[in-house]
Write a protein that binds this ligand. Structure first.
Ligand code: AMP
Length: 145
């Protein structure tokens, strides 16, 4: 079966990512998929930068936290055997940028983590539900433990 040829994996660069990554790896092995990964920067001041702007992973930017994140994302990409075109870091709203990339890359499946929020916490909005409601393709929400 080759249903899921292109998979987009959304990573928040927390410890929870391991669960999402290992699920993506198993699905990619099963379907022979090409994987893309994305991290969206949503909590750092961005003086001269428009939302949705892509961050080059190999250019020096003098922000310590940004560099830590870039390094971490690159390491994850290397661990998955991806080349730099399959690894993306952008400024913006996570669910919006995840959807944008899924559309740009004609993704067949988006994989996100889900904390299983409910009630008021869910009303505040989770990335998983934002992605689910606007996705152009199937979405797998991996229940985080
Ligand atoms: P949250 O809704 O913030 O609890 O996050 C649930 C899942 O959404 C995470 O496991 C990631 O898959 C994805 N996600 C959250 N924040 C980001 C982010 N800044 N960039 C990329 N993916 C994210």
């Amino acid at each position: 079966m080759n249903d899921y040829q292109i998979i987009l994996l959304a990573l928040d660069l927390s410890h929870d990512d391991e669960q999402v990554i290992s699920k993506a790896r198993r699905i990619a092995d099963q379907y022979g998929s090409r994987i893309f990964i994305i991290h969206v920067l949503d909590n750092i001041p961005m003086p001269d930068t428009a939302y949705g702007t892509e961050i080059p992973l190999h250019e020096g930017l003098n922000d310590e936290l940004l560099n830590v994140k870039k390094t971490r994302l690159s390491q994850i990409g290397e661990g998955l055997g991806l080349d730099s075109s399959q690894v993306r870091m952008v400024w913006g709203l996570p669910h919006q940028e995840i959807i944008r990339m899924a559309e740009d890359e004609s993704t067949d499946l988006i994989i996100v983590g889900s904390h299983g929020r409910h009630g008021l916490a869910l009303l505040l909005g989770s990335t998983a539900s934002g992605v689910l409601h606007h996705s152009p393709c199937d979405v797998l929400a991996v229940r985080l433990r």
